[in-house]
Design a protein around this ligand. Structure first.
Ligand SMILES: Cc1cc2nc3c(=O)[nH]c(=O)nc-3n(C[C@H](O)[C@H](O)[C@H](O)COP(=O)(O)O)c2cc1C
Length: 368
């Protein structure tokens, strides 16, 4: 049973202004306002280097994070999970569950790991990531680089030993499942089901990712005649909440049919959205690959509205997660006001640093 948002979301008030007190490293001291961080030194590096180095810089950023208690705002509970706030990390940021401690310390209300594929695989060949700082945009064509199920399981197990298992942790973990590049679409469900079954005892919820534009043919699984058959065995593989991650490039008919399938198979919610193949005029990236960040916001907002409308009474008990173009606290509030239960971010963390969680808390946490 879902705790209805009106019952379970404790809205502690809005725009309370910056904190005026706090302990060292707490919300009274904004690490991002220090000279070094405000220059965003990681942007001096080529995008691929910055991407590769980020995990080793995270522990340093996490040292400057606020006290855990200062990161509570709009607490929310759903299906036994307790969220200290509704702002989490999006799929792809921590593909192998290597930085769970750091993102939790930085203030994420929940974490999505993966996309995890059954077998380890490398990224697509050639350039896989780029950015346009002025447009607030990222471009990637990674193609699910993953150390595979075994490594993800070991990392998640280690973390759970300290942080607690599903339902016990301060920061719920969603596992984003995918298929290996060399698995055919006809066999795809077996890959997803394997990831789900093998991580079932460690995950709070699962996200099914068939919306990446970077694995050839993957989005064909949204075809109405395929989707229900593809989703049914995944529903049978777990009793945990199961979410479908949507593409912002679905046309109206395919979106309606995806929501229809999701409801009929008994999935528990959606993540809207993944990256887009669209190229708004303000960016100049290659035609293949996924665009994310600020230029995705309009599409992603439109998808959120449409998903809520199409769910209709099926919204009851289901979770709606909004992702795509959320760049600052105002954007987070806009998504929550429009009806999302939870919000996820990726691009802003890369472009502006990992401080959005503490910035949001500084503005929105309850008065002491
Ligand atoms: C470099 C990069 C890698 C990504 N990898 C994944 C992934 O493995 N799985 C997934 O579901 N989404 C992935 N995404 C999509 C994000 O989870 C998110 O849906 C998208 O970037 C929109 O959010 P944003 O505008 O806040 O970045 C990736 C995005 C980027 C920028």
């Amino acid at each position: 049973m879902m705790d209805r948002p009106s019952d379970s979301v404790r809205d502690f008030g809005r725009d309370l202004g910056p904190a005026t007190s706090g302990s060292a490293g707490a919300l009274g001291v904004a690490p991002e306002s220090s000279m070094l961080w405000s220059c965003r030194p990681w942007l001096w590096l080529p995008p691929a280097w910055a991407h590769a180095l980020a995990p080793s810089l995270l522990p340093l950023a996490a040292l400057l994070a606020p006290d855990a208690d200062d990161l509570r705002w709009r607490e929310f509970s759903w299906r036994g999970m307790k969220f200290r706030n509704p702002l989490g990390t999006a799929g792809g940021l921590d593909k192998d569950a290597e930085s769970l401690d750091e993102w939790a310390a930085l203030g994420a209300g929940f974490l999505e790991i993966g996309t995890i594929t059954p077998k380890a695989q490398g990224p697509n060949p050639g350039r896989i990531v780029d950015r346009d700082v002025r447009a607030g945009a990222l471009w990637n064509r990674m193609g699910f680089p993953s150390q595979g199920l075994r490594v993800a399981r070991a990392n998640l197990q280690d973390w759970s030993a300290a942080a607690g298992g599903p339902g016990e942790r301060l920061t719920p973990v969603f596992v984003n499942a995918g298929k290996n590049r060399d698995t055919s679409l006809d066999q795809a469900a077996a890959d997803y089901a394997l990831v789900i079954r093998e991580l079932d005892d460690l995950a709070d919820a699962f996200t099914i990712n068939i919306s990446s534009p970077n694995t050839q043919g993957l989005r064909d699984l949204f075809q109405p005649e395929r989707l229900r058959d593809f989703l049914s065995p995944l529903r049978e593989a777990t009793r945990r909440p199961l979410l479908l991650k949507l593409s912002p490039d679905l046309d109206a008919e395919s979106l309606a049919s995806a929501i229809d399938s999701l409801l009929s198979v008994g999935l528990d919610g959606v993540v809207a959205t993944n990256t887009t193949l669209a190229r708004p005029p303000q960016v100049n990236f290659p035609p293949e690959g996924g665009l994310s960040g600020a230029p995705l916001a309009t599409l992603s907002l439109h998808m959120l509205d449409e998903v809520l409308r199409l769910l209709g009474r099926g919204r009851e008990g289901r979770l709606v997660v909004s992702a795509g173009g959320v760049m600052n606290t105002d954007d987070v509030l806009q998504r929550l006001d429009r009806g999302a239960d939870l919000v996820q971010v990726y691009s802003t963390l890369v472009l502006n640093g990992p401080w959005l969680f503490s910035q949001a808390a500084r503005r929105l946490r309850p008065l002491p």
